[in-house]
Design a protein around this ligand. Structure first.
Ligand SMILES: Cc1cc2nc3c(=O)[nH]c(=O)nc-3n(C[C@H](O)[C@H](O)[C@H](O)COP(=O)(O)O)c2cc1C
Length: 317
């Protein structure tokens, strides 16, 4: 049996974290789209030592994504326009979920759609799969994607569309709503997601950006627009977490954006997040999520904290 490095209660510090009806041994997860379809990071460390593994967003059907180039590194993070490429949920369940489930006890599947009907189709596939029932602990409903029935405006920029997509994603598993930072109405959208049945808010997806190559005199990314992630996103994500914690004192909140260290995670937690996800940092160091756990634990020990939960939202006092 593999030695477990981090369990919820060892070494005098409890990192146990509740997200809605789900209990995690610690608050650190991978961020959707930055660690593959479930098992890729198992080559670097034990996935069971993470709070959970969140897989790349999947649509009911196969999707090819955007034209290349799709990634552009920046001094403050990166822009990506992968465009939600994926094999479709059924193919993922058949080909990727078995390996993911062998490596990780806590898998969160992320779904997306271009119409409300797409979310309903994805939910029906999840509901009909015994393998999903056995191996998946929650569904992250990525509403930070274009709604082709509303001039490709993002679902998460509309209270109504968010409510409809989250409701359509009902599949018997806990739903977490992943929101966009590109709106001044994040609390209104979050309220709609919670009212539609989301047990948690994942805050945030990438911020919209553009880069230009002056030598070529054209946009760098094939899709022109991309999503900004990494360190530059952290204060934007922190703002979303802070405002939603103020607005929804009892909601479960997962902070995501620029988390690369234990201190980054603790900033999110003190701003009001119950848990965090690590994305772009994983491209630089695939072991980054594990490092974040270990640094949280060390900080707690050094500062005499025995329960991480006690730190959630303390910066609001
Ligand atoms: C290359 C790449 C692909 C991504 N794909 C998805 C995705 O499929 N679904 C999703 O909800 N978020 C996706 N995201 C957003 C991340 O999950 C995360 O919200 C964002 O990158 C901010 O976190 P970070 O700064 O730690 O990367 C992607 C981000 C990157 C960089």
């Amino acid at each position: 049996m593999r030695k477990r490095l981090f369990s919820g209660h060892d070494r005098d510090v409890s990192l146990e974290t509740r997200i809605g009806s789900v209990t995690l041994p610690n608050p650190v997860m991978t961020a959707s789209g930055t660690s593959g379809h479930g098992s890729e990071l198992a080559a670097f460390a034990d996935l069971n030592d993470l709070g959970a593994v969140v897989v790349k967003s999947l649509c009911a059907t196969r999707f090819n994504g955007n034209d290349a180039p799709r990634l552009y590194p920046l001094p403050v993070g990166m822009l990506n326009s992968v465009g939600l490429q994926g094999p479709g949920l059924k193919a993922w369940i058949e080909h990727d979920l078995p390996a993911a489930a062998r490596n990780a006890e806590r898998i969160v599947v992320s779904i997306w759609g271009r119409t409300v009907e797409d979310y309903a189709k994805a939910a029906a596939i999840l509901k009909g799969s015994p393998a999903v029932k056995r191996s998946v602990i929650a569904v992250e409903v990525n509403v930070s994607c274009p709604n082709i029935e509303d001039r490709s405006r993002m679902f998460a920029h509309s209270v109504t569309a968010t409510s409809e997509a989250v409701a359509a994603a009902e599949c018997g598993l806990p739903r977490w709503a992943k929101l966009s930072p590109n709106t001044h109405e994040i609390c209104e959208v979050a309220a709609a997601a919670l009212q539609a049945g989301a047990e948690a808010l994942t805050l945030v997806n990438t911020a919209m950006g553009v880069a230009v190559d002056v030598e070529r005199r054209s946009a760098v990314l094939g899709a022109v627009g991309g999503g900004l992630s990494g360190p530059a996103l952290k204060p934007i994500a922190m703002r979303a977490v802070w405002e939603c914690r103020d607005a929804f004192p009892d909601a479960s909140i997962i902070g995501v954006g620029g988390v690369a260290s234990g201190v980054d995670a603790l900033e999110m937690i003190m701003a009001g997040a119950n848990a965090v996800q690590v994305g772009t940092a994983t491209f630089r160091d695939p072991r980054a999520p594990w490092k974040v756990i270990s640094e949280i634990r060390s900080w707690c020990k050094k500062n005499g904290e025995t329960r991480l939960e006690d730190l959630v939202g303390v910066a609001h006092a």
